[in-house]
Design a protein around this ligand. Structure first.
Ligand code: CO
Length: 211
C-alpha cells in the first residue's frame, strides 16, 4: 500500500513532464482561467472517472460527484456547484451521468442498514417509490436494477431542471441543455437516455416558476 501511495506522486511528476513535452505552455494556459462548456454530475464510484471516459482535457469539464449522482435540492454543495457553473462559467451542457452496477442504487433496492449513508440512500428510495409500479413489474432482478439506475438519472435530470438556477437561466434565454447518461462499467460505453431538457415545459406544472 505504501508503494501504491508513493507511486501516485511519482505518477504526477511523469504526467507533468508528458504534458509539457506536448505543449510547454500547457499549465501556463490553464492557470489563466477556466471556461468549461460542461458540468458533470456523476457518481463518486472510482470506476467512473469523469474526464477519462469522455476523453476530456483539464479545463473542459466542471465536476460534481456524490454517491449515486444525486441532485438533492437542499444540498448546498450541489447548488453552489450548479450556480457557479450556470451563472459564472455559463456552461452549455449539464450532464447527469449514472452507471449500471451503482452500489448506491443497488442498496436502495434493499432494506439493508449501512449507517449514516442510509439517510442519503433515502433520496434514491424515493425514486423507487415514484416508479414502483414499473419497477415491481420487472421480474428479472438485474433488469430491474438496470432500469432503476436509468430512472434515477431521469429523476436527477428533472431535479436539475426544477432548480430556480436552471429555470432562471432558461427564462433569460441562456443556451443550456440538461442531459441524462448511463455509463456501463461492463464495456465502458455510455448510454445516452435521450431525455435532454432545454426549457421548463416538460416539468410538472407545480414546479414551473413564474420568472
Ligand atoms: Co455509483
Amino acid at each position: 500500500m505504501e508503494a501504491f501511495y508513493k507511486k501516485l506522486l511519482d505518477n504526477n511528476k511523469r504526467w507533468v513532464e508528458s504534458k509539457l513535452n506536448l505543449d510547454p505552455e500547457f499549465f501556463k494556459k490553464l492557470s489563466s482561467g477556466q471556461k468549461p462548456p460542461v458540468l458533470w454530475i456523476g457518481c463518486a464510484d472510482s470506476r467512473v472517472p469523469a474526464n477519462d471516459i469522455i476523453g476530456a482535457d483539464p479545463g473542459e469539464v466542471f465536476v460534481h460527484r456524490n454517491i449515486a449522482n444525486m441532485v438533492v435540492h437542499s444540498d448546498m454543495n450541489m447548488l453552489s456547484v450548479l450556480d457557479y457553473a450556470v451563472n459564472v462559467l455559463e456552461v452549455k451542457h449539464v450532464i447527469v451521468c449514472g452507471h449500471y452496477g451503482c452500489g448506491g442504487v443497488q442498496t436502495a433496492m434493499t432494506n439493508k442498514h449501512v449507517g449514516l449513508i442510509d439517510n442519503w440512500i433515502r433520496h434514491i428510495k424515493d425514486v423507487y417509490r415514484f416508479h414502483q409500479e414499473e419497477l415491481n413489474n420487472i421480474e428479472n432482478e438485474k433488469d430491474r436494477f438496470n432500469r432503476f439506475v436509468e430512472l434515477n438519472v431521469v429523476e436527477q435530470v428533472l431535479n436539475v431542471a426544477k432548480t430556480s438556477i436552471v429555470q432562471s437561466a432558461w427564462e433569460r434565454g441562456q443556451n443550456l441543455h440538461v442531459h441524462g447518461w448511463v455509463y456501463d462499467i461492463h464495456d465502458g460505453l455510455i448510454n445516452d437516455l435521450d431525455i435532454t431538457l432545454r426549457d421548463n415545459q416538460s416539468l410538472s406544472q407545480v414546479y414551473q416558476l413564474d420568472l
